[in-house]
Design a protein around this ligand. Structure first.
Ligand SMILES: Cc1cc2nc3c(=O)[nH]c(=O)nc-3n(C[C@H](O)[C@H](O)[C@H](O)COP(=O)(O)O)c2cc1C
Length: 200
């Protein structure tokens, strides 16, 4: 079974991360979800979904919100839990997506700070040369933001900006979200049917 880490930070767009978790679980993968403190606050503001704690209660809450049957292989881990498996290169983690990624997160990882679990887990992906997909959300971007993203790309991360294409002729917000999440899944090598591929 493939195992993915999904981190949701305090950038706008937790809806992308939640949809990503749902699709990864639907693909049969195991998911470790880490939501930063700011991520929880922005997620509650934008989606109405309050993720108050971690562990089994949080898992139940996420699965209920995503309308997934209980028992799916999801873990919800505290963002300050540096003892979690995701903090170690020896853990069997296939890939990580940071979705959405705040500019603060990008700057910290670009500087190698590893000061909380999402930052450390991303740091581990880079040092182990495993796939790290970053969905940076900010506009416009300053030169600082762009330089940090360049550093991350140079270190091996794949940068997937949440910029939906309109040749898909989207009709709903869900269509826009699905295009972005589909692009993330493509980078993770996970099959999906979230959009029609050009030429098919
Ligand atoms: C409603 C709201 C929306 C925000 N959107 C963004 C955003 O799109 N991008 C960003 O970099 N920061 C955004 N922020 C600021 C981050 O939440 C803030 O920088 C936070 O410290 C990030 O912490 P984290 O990386 O630990 O999650 C937003 C904050 C709020 C309250």
């Amino acid at each position: 079974m493939k195992t993915y880490v999904v981190a949701i930070t305090g950038a706008s767009g937790s809806v992308y991360g939640l949809r990503l978790v749902e699709q990864l679980l639907a693909s049969g993968a195991a998911v470790t979800l880490i939501v930063t403190k700011a991520g929880r606050e922005v997620m509650a503001y934008e989606t109405g979904f309050s993720l108050a704690d971690v562990g089994p209660t949080a898992v139940d809450a996420v699965l209920r919100f995503l309308e997934i049957a209980p028992g799916a292989p999801l873990r919800v881990v505290a963002s300050d839990d540096l003892f979690d498996a995701a903090a170690s290169g020896s853990a069997r983690i296939d890939a990580m997506a940071v979705c959405p990624a705040s500019m603060g997160f990008c700057g910290s990882v670009a500087a190698g700070l590893a000061s909380d679990l999402p930052e450390r887990a991303a740091d581990v992906m880079l040092k182990e040369r495993r796939p790290l997909v970053i969905v940076p959300r900010e506009t416009p971007m300053s030169l600082v933001h762009l330089r940090n993203l360049t550093s991350l790309a140079e270190a091996g991360a794949v940068i997937v900006p949440p910029s939906p294409a309109f040749y898909q002729r989207p009709k709903t917000i869900d269509d826009l979200v699905d295009f972005v999440v589909g692009k993330v899944l493509d980078q993770l090598g996970v099959e999906h049917h979230l959009f029609t591929r050009w030429g098919e």
